[in-house]
Design a protein around this ligand. Structure first.
Ligand code: HEC
Ligand code: HEC
Length: 346
């Protein structure tokens, strides 16, 4: 493009944006380590700007998204615990209503092809709608949220910064939430430093031994480097007779999917307790004991777990010590992802 025309467009942009704020939005880089596979998410729909990320961040932390303005996304997805709800086996929504599943951690979502424990949602942009309209979670409608946002000076200004107009729509709201959650990437654990041969990433003998045990028994499903194979498996949990949750079968209606659940990532697993889709295990020791002595045989049990996993007490401890190397404090305490304290205009 002719340099002169480019200048005109640039200045026009500045003048259009009243108050002489520069309109050119800051582009966001989506970064991840070289040894990771390419993300699955199609980024063409997102504008990938700092402004949209900040809008999404405000929305994520705002209880305005629920019918009685008490529950935000962050109520069930707390940063310091890997964006899950620690200490709650089943999720708690508005008016203390209890859901049927344990909140799942949110991280590295761009590598996911399906969401929720049963994969019931396959597009990240519509995922946020599920908790919003769920009676047991936020019990709100998108149309109502749009009305509330339209009445807020703060949001009018935040939407303006992203779109250069303050028209609030449901689609823009969902996209902004997507923009925020898709940036929640965790790749700076001690394990990553070890793989990258970085200073501070040296593994002890115990951690190395734990990694070997992990690779021999767990990594077929919790596949490195994302620690998930992205598919659905029955890992031998007994059926909870009150919840009667058959997992993937609810979505596909196929018997061969009975009791299969999404293989969750194990990143930051040290802090995401309780564990499993219904939060039945409080500790990682209990989880490891499940794999060595609690696996229930049934028609859909994963092949990988048909033979018993035998581990000595020392091996169990080593495995546990290895799992702790997946903790990424830089992610859990990254201020960019935390509650937005800074005041915005108005
Ligand atoms: C009342 C608690 C609660 C609230 C509020 C809530 N969530 Fe969740 N979230 C959950 C539970 C429980 C699951 C797992 C649901 C399932 O498997 O059926 C989940 C799943 C997810 C997932 C899927 C992650 C994956 O890897 O599959 C994402 C993303 C997510 N929530 C984002 C959000 C956003 C964005 C909001 C706000 C609009 C929100 N959540 C509000 C409890 C909650
Ligand atoms: C056959 C595949 C498979 C193998 C092998 C496997 N897992 Fe899992 N793992 C799963 C599935 C599926 C879930 C989720 C099950 C559910 O919630 O119903 C899970 C859940 C977990 C959880 C809970 C995660 C959370 O966010 O709640 C931990 C921890 C875990 N596995 C650790 C391990 C360890 C350690 C090993 C090796 C001893 C192992 N897994 C082997 C499939 C597997």
């Amino acid at each position: 493009m002719n340099k002169f025309i480019r200048h005109i467009i640039f200045f026009l942009g500045i003048f259009l944006c009243l108050g002489f704020v520069i309109v050119k939005n800051k582009a966001l880089l989506f970064e991840y380590p070289e040894y990771w596979p390419k993300p699955e998410y199609n980024f063409s729909k997102l504008s990938m700007t700092e402004e949209e990320f900040q809008l999404g961040r405000h929305l994520f932390y705002d209880p305005l998204l629920s019918r009685d303005n008490t529950i935000s996304c962050a109520s069930c997805h707390l940063q310091a615990t890997g964006f899950t709800h620690v200490d709650h086996d089943l999720s708690h929504g508005i008016e203390g209503r209890i859901g049927t599943r344990n909140s799942i951690s949110i991280m590295n979502l761009a590598w996911n092809t399906s969401f929720m424990w049963d994969g019931g949602v396959n597009h990240l942009e519509v995922q946020a709608l599920a908790p919003i309209i769920s009676e047991n979670e936020m019990d709100e409608s998108l149309a109502n949220i749009v009305e509330k946002l339209k009445n807020s000076k703060k949001y009018k200004s935040l939407f303006y910064k992203v779109h250069q107009d303050s028209l609030v729509t449901g689609q823009k709201t969902l996209l902004a939430l997507t923009q925020f959650v898709v940036m929640l990437n965790s790749y700076n654990s001690k394990y990553d430093q070890y793989i990258r041969n970085e200073l501070g990433g040296e593994f002890t003998e115990q951690e190395k031994n734990g990694l070997t045990i992990f690779r021999n028994n767990c990594a077929s499903c919790h596949k490195e480097p994302l620690f998930t194979s992205k598919n659905f498996k029955n890992n031998g949990l007994s059926v909870d007779s009150t919840l009667n949750d058959f997992g993937r079968m609810i979505v596909t209606r196929k018997h061969q999917d009975s009791l299969k659940f999404k293989v969750p990532t194990l990143r930051n697993i040290q802090f995401t307790q309780p564990y499993m889709h219904d939060g039945r295990f409080e500790t990682l020791q209990e989880v490891i004991n499940h794999y060595t002595s609690g696996v229930q045989h049934s028609a859909t049990l994963a092949n990988e777990l048909k033979e018993p996993i035998i581990l000595t007490h020392k091996e169990k401890v080593d495995l546990l010590v290895f799992l702790r190397t997946l903790t990424d404090k830089k992610f859990l305490y990254n201020k960019r992802f935390s509650y937005p304290r800074e005041t915005t205009s108005n």
